[in-house]
Design a protein around this ligand. Structure first.
Ligand SMILES: Cc1cc2nc3c(=O)[nH]c(=O)nc-3n(C[C@H](O)[C@H](O)[C@H](O)COP(=O)(O)OP(=O)(O)OC[C@H]3O[C@@H](n4cnc5c(N)ncnc54)[C@H](O)[C@@H]3O)c2cc1C
Length: 306
């Protein structure tokens, strides 16, 4: 299969390229069939090469952060997966005042790293993200959030490469953030994120993070592989509570189980398949619609072939 995608023609590419890799090794659910090609661009030059090459050959492209919000189907991914986690980790600090600071940070940086830099520098705004896994780029695309805060509160804009590798900038208003969503042109890659923060005493920031961490432990201390919340909370409801009230916690299909701890989490008991996750998702959606009249929309992104 990978012979269809001869990436060795991308001569100036400096990063690693893998063929026929199991996506289960690159997702937090540990589920997913093989990707034909996975390339790890080291910098913008690499990424530009990849995108323009793939676009000229009409190869399908999937952008991958840490795979913590992804369900990859069992047939895997045809085409090219661009893995952003081996480059794009730079942080450049911008103008600073007594009260505020701003930076431009690489999309491949982990959210956890960005939070720890904020603690070190006494910058508030990103505390909510302390327990959210994944990359900064993935967090922007998902407008990741918790405890009433979202990425949109700290993002001023993003530098992107479009599907042909051409540079662009999208401001916060261009991104048109909404609940777990940001609007970027199809096939574009977030390369850097412009962030702004207010200054605060590091002790206060740490206290807030400690509270959030304890809350997260109480409500979703899940030790088995998962992808966080499966469904968005529908207006006026909490998805996990609907699942719990429907008596679905603990329900299994193959090696996939609805978590006993949190109704909106699905866990992999060992050898879970995407098809089992998808059948659990439809079971939950059918039951909640038929008993409560509420339509649950998936928060996780489902990609790949059956
Ligand atoms: C234990 C656990 C707890 C979680 N808790 C929360 C929570 O509290 N709140 C919350 O909002 N989410 C939560 N999540 C979900 C997930 O962590 C977030 O959505 C996270 O921001 C995804 O980042 P990622 O790098 O893993 O993205 P991925 O899963 O790799 O990708 C997600 C989407 O973004 C796209 N993408 C990724 N990077 C880029 C890029 N640079 N440019 C363009 N497109 C890109 C991908 O194509 C895909 O469509 C949780 C997940 C887990 C496993």
């Amino acid at each position: 299969m990978s012979k269809q995608y001869p990436l060795f023609f991308v001569q100036r590419f400096k990063g690693k390229v893998l063929f026929n890799v199991l996506m289960s090794e690159y997702t937090s659910l540990l589920i997913g069939g093989p990707a034909d090609v996975m390339a790890f661009p080291r910098d913008e030059g690499d990424l530009k090469e990849l995108l323009s090459f793939a676009s000229s050959k009409n190869y399908p492209v999937l952008i991958l952060g840490s795979g913590t919000n992804l369900l990859v189907r069992d047939g895997g991914i045809r085409g090219l997966v661009v893995n952003m986690t081996e480059g794009f980790k730079d942080i450049t600090w911008q103008e600073e005042t007594d009260k505020t600071a701003a930076c431009i940070a690489g999309a491949g940086l982990s959210l956890a790293k960005m939070v720890s830099v904020c603690i070190e520098r006494g910058l508030t705004g990103l505390e909510f993200a302390s327990g959210i896994p994944g990359t900064l780029g993935g967090a922007v695309i998902m407008n990741a959030g918790a405890y009433g805060h979202e990425m949109k509160d700290v993002v001023e804009g993003v530098e992107i490469l479009d599907r042909k590798g051409k540079k662009g900038f999208l401001s916060r208003s261009d991104l048109d953030f909404s609940y777990r969503s940001a609007d970027i042109p199809e096939g574009s890659v977030v390369v850097r994120v412009h962030l702004s923060f207010e200054k605060e005493d590091s002790g206060e920031i740490k206290k807030r993070i400690k509270n959030y961490t304890e809350k997260r432990k109480r409500t979703s201390d899940i030790r088995l592989p998962n992808a966080g919340s499966i469904f968005k909370n529908p207006r006026g409801h909490i998805a996990g509570k609907l699942v719990e009230e429907a008596g679905l916690k603990g329900v299994r299909s193959g090696d996939v189980k609805i978590s006993e701890v949190h109704g909106n989490y699905i866990v992999n008991l060992g050898n879970a398949r995407a098809s089992d996750v998808l059948s659990i998702i439809s079971l939950i959606r059918d039951k909640i619609y038929s008993t409560r009249g509420v339509v649950l929309e998936p928060e996780i992104k489902v990609v790949g072939e059956d």
